[in-house]
Design a binder for this molecule. Sequence first.
Ligand code: ADP
Ligand code: ADP
Ligand code: MG
Length: 676
Amino acid sequence: MFNRLLIANRGEIACRIMRSCRRLGIETVAVYSTADAASRHVAEADYAVAIGESSASDSYLRADRIIAAALSSGAQAIHPGYGFLSEKLELIDACHANAIAFVGPNRRAIETMGSKIESKRMARAAGVLCVPGYDEDDQTPQRLQGEAQRIGFPLLIKASAGGGGKGMRRVDAAADFLSMLALARREALASFGDERVLLEKYIINPRHLEVQLMGDRVGGLVHLFERECSIQRRFQKVIEEAPANHLPAAVADSLYEAALRMGRAMNYDNAGTVEFVLDADQGDRPYFLEVNTRLQVEHAVTEMTTGIDLVEWQLRSACGEPLPLSQEAITRQGWAIECRLNAEEPEHDYRASLGPLLGYAEPARQAGVRVDSGLHAKSEVTPYYDSMLAKVIGFGHTRTQALDRARAGLEQLRIEGVRTNGALLLQILLHPAFDDVLTTRFLEQHFPNGPHAQALVRQQHVLAVSAAWAASQPVTQPVWGTLRGLRLTAPAGHPARIDLSVRDVSAASDNEAVCLLSADGGYELADVPGQRAAVQSGPDGFVVNLTQAGQNTVSVHVRGSAEQRWFSWAQGRSMVWDVEHELEHSLHTGSAESQDSQLSATLPGRISEVMLQVGQRVVAGDLVLTLEAMKLYHSLTAPLTGLVQKIHVAVGDIVSHGQLLVEFEIEAEAVDTAAT
Ligand code: ADP
Ligand code: ADP
Ligand code: MG
């Protein structure tokens, strides 16, 4: 076995590969770009080598720099992970030229399977059924259009060199074909440097099934059963499982058989996957799609159900060792479901979510929950690479148990600050249709606009953030002690009240008025009686425990940051808020008679703005000062209508709670009015 391995990748897969290496006593060398200098895969490696600027084309796609890093660090082998250079001839060629072992299959397999056109030809020659279509050399628009007519619509135009769900166009009508073809070609050339396309009949209710293959360099080849990857968005996998649900044994056998034929045709000698599409309406004929000549993202569900460490097997094969087990000795038990956690907001058309993490914690170790993550507390999500942050895998004796555990893992993986698709994943797992035969149309059918808004969940976040905000006011007499300079304290036993203005930043929604009540050390929203919040502050922000009728419902993690920005996280969902206190007052206060002619600091802080001059006339409620405390800005307003008599502070002054700031002189007519 090798004693030092370089991993030419980043994120969760780099960390995943290192895990196997540690167990096998192999030293690891990470490579990293500028953006990744502080990332987890660098921290976890034994050695790390910088390979260039943040953009992938200047770092992770630079085979020359990766080889140089391997040579300088004394690595004997390179594991390419997935994506990046994993299926590029450039890396395997450079490895061979420098006597470094490449952890992957033979060059010819990568080359042939890198072209969807070539791979379909090989599949047909091996007697494997392919999706009907056109994959010949004549690429003239006239010929392609003629073939499109023959195949019928809808059809897919695929970039022959495409991958990762990119470079595919669905065409629904003949009239659109030529314009779509031109578009697909341009994209293929720009993204993959090869404008060749193939055409495929579009299967209307497709089910994505695939078979894991493993080969060695001494002629061994086995399959490790199937995975179902039908939960997809835009041709990209979102949730995968093993085994496939509702799959007749005879169909499964035909998949294994076809995959092995393909493997033999390629002389396959490492980890690879043969992908198929099944027409859920047309019975049980699997059509060959393509071969991925690398470890796949979803390999974990195969590992959980077979008990085999695929990375270990890859390394053994790459060193020339025979496969550790024969086909007969490979068995499968239980069920595994994997969810891909991406930095994106499905509720807003899947826009990317970027920035530093504010908090991060993985679920405690527990049976049947596996988390493969590339994150740690110091991670920052940058725009340069794939949006996948982590995978949560649930494993159990039955599908239901695997589902429950995947849900538990998603609920407990705490990613604060950056938004993810966690809530959508949870809703998918809970959806009744997730138990039916799955097709790739699942998301468009059941979640066309991302996750369903959950009023209760939102309300829980609002309560938690409001309560944490109130609790963060660092005084014994909290903000509701003073209103516009009035001293207002709720009589003992009566709830004090604070009116906040809260805005859901990521929904770009309007400010919403929130009336928070405080009594007996807890908090409630005035219009949601019975739901109570207890706030605990810790080194890591606040933990707000919510109860409903005395029963614990959920714990929400809340933290404030610069300005009035607040972050909440609970059960896989992270939200961002602006919080301000508008007016504070007690339910039990009085009227004009308690008016004060003085304005005092409602909390300790730094005066950041003074909008007053001596002699100026103010109207009760006018904004007169702003105070900065705990990186939040608080507005102070005039307590009465009158004239400014004396200003005791200036911008930059640090004031303590209760300190006198401004004195006013009440206007004579205002006194008269009040008296009558
Ligand atoms: P990639 O290299 O991008 O993974 P694939 O050929 O594997 O490309 O296709 C990706 C996904 O697109 C499949 O998993 C499937 O959901 C969908 N797809 C591909 N071909 C077809 C087809 N002929 N009909 C319907 N869906 C298809
Ligand atoms: P898997 O079947 O392993 O999930 P995916 O098709 O989802 O494979 O791709 C895995 C990773 O590799 C993703 O990060 C994807 O963006 C990337 N990837 C795969 N093939 C290509 C390619 N030809 N070009 C660019 N990215 C790719
Ligand atoms: Mg594919």
